[in-house]
Write a protein that binds this ligand. Structure first.
Ligand code: FES
Length: 106
């Protein structure tokens, strides 16, 4: 599965990972700047806050109201397209996914 991460400054990072890992793990394991994973993927820190490109939002779905929204809404940069990358499982269906990082994740 190929994922492109775009930093707030526009720098792009394309990584190729096996299906089944989360978008947080894929970014962190490949050293993508701006993708944190402070809570280990427990939806508890928001250091993995990303914006899902509009084209992809239909496939990833929006932030889960119970497990993601409360935390993301605390961010200064909360948007409709905000997600916790640790809650996005990279399936083959998401091959080509484009994620943008906020200037400050949380
Ligand atoms: Fe902590 Fe995603 S890694 S919320």
């Amino acid at each position: 599965t190929t994922v492109t991460y775009i930093e707030a400054n526009g720098t792009e990072h394309r990584v190729i990972v096996p299906a089944g890992v989360s978008a947080m793990e894929a970014g962190r394991n490949n050293g993508v700047p701006g993708i944190g994973g402070d809570c280990g993927g427990q939806a508890a820190c928001a250091s993995c806050h990303v914006f899902v490109d509009d084209v992809w939002l239909g496939r990833t779905g929006k932030a889960h109201p119970e497990t993601e929204l409360g935390l993301l809404a605390l961010s200064d940069d909360f948007r409709e397209s905000s997600r916790l990358a640790c809650q996005i499982e990279l399936t083959d269906e998401l091959d080509g996914l484009v994620l943008q990082m906020p200037e400050r994740p949380c």
